[in-house]
Design a protein around this ligand. Sequence first.
Ligand code: ADP
Length: 282
Amino acid sequence: MSNNMSGEASDEPYAAGPTAGLEGRDLEDRPEARTILESRDLSVFYGEEQALQSIDMEIPEKRVTAMIGPSGCGKSTYLRCINRMNDLIDVARVEGEMLFNGKDVYDDDVDPVALRRRIGMVFQQPNPFPKSIYDNVAYGLRLQDNTENLDEKVENALKKAALWDEVKDRLDESGLDLSGGQQQRLCIARAIAVDPEVVLMDEPASALDPVATSQIEDLIAEMAEEYTVVIVTHNMQQAARISDKTAVFLTGGELVEFDDTDKVFENPESDRVEDYITGKFG
Ligand code: ADP
């Protein structure tokens, strides 16, 4: 199922309707998901400052997991541990384990570049390359020498990113000429073109207008049919709308609650989480 480059993808309902995903996620009729990512006693330090405090968390496969909490509480740091983007920060030091399919991504024999092919990332600011729409999506496939049926692969990725209909007649135009929301969907197409297992998203809609935000939210809900999505958002309504699981981080890099999204928003265990989601602080 994770390899959906066979052409079947064109029949998938990736062109989500305007309200898809907004009615809340329905977990009832789906089998229990297995754990794809698991952190054990994961701590991160920037120099002397500890940004994450011994985090244990199991992230289910093919679900949307949202990470919420006030600014500076370690959400992006956690996200960056998953595909070792923290390696790029000199002062960052990681302790504990981050297991991906049972294997610690920090083991010596893990190649971070290969890891990032399996765990893609979409950032807050859309960042298409200054290349054509086609070349943006084909980029990772060409790096991998995975260019057989390239046109079809590019088309499928753009369809999955709900962008195909808007760009199919202008694939040679620059990705930078697209609107902000289209650029972000292009970045999503670029991330999923190489058929990753996990897509990490760091506030992917916070630079977008409400219509573009709603399109991205619809898309994320659709993506969980095929990928594991882990999203950082400062927007609690967004987390409530699109995620299956929610992790609440609070000040000091503490994971205070992690549970089904409905449970976290309707009946949190922790008073601190209740105060946070009802707006009493944060
Ligand atoms: P959030 O995503 O919840 O806003 P971050 O993970 O960005 O939180 O930051 C957590 C803490 O780590 C903050 O105190 C922040 O200042 C610190 N931090 C984040 N990135 C760096 C960095 N590159 N160098 C030093 N400190 C950092």
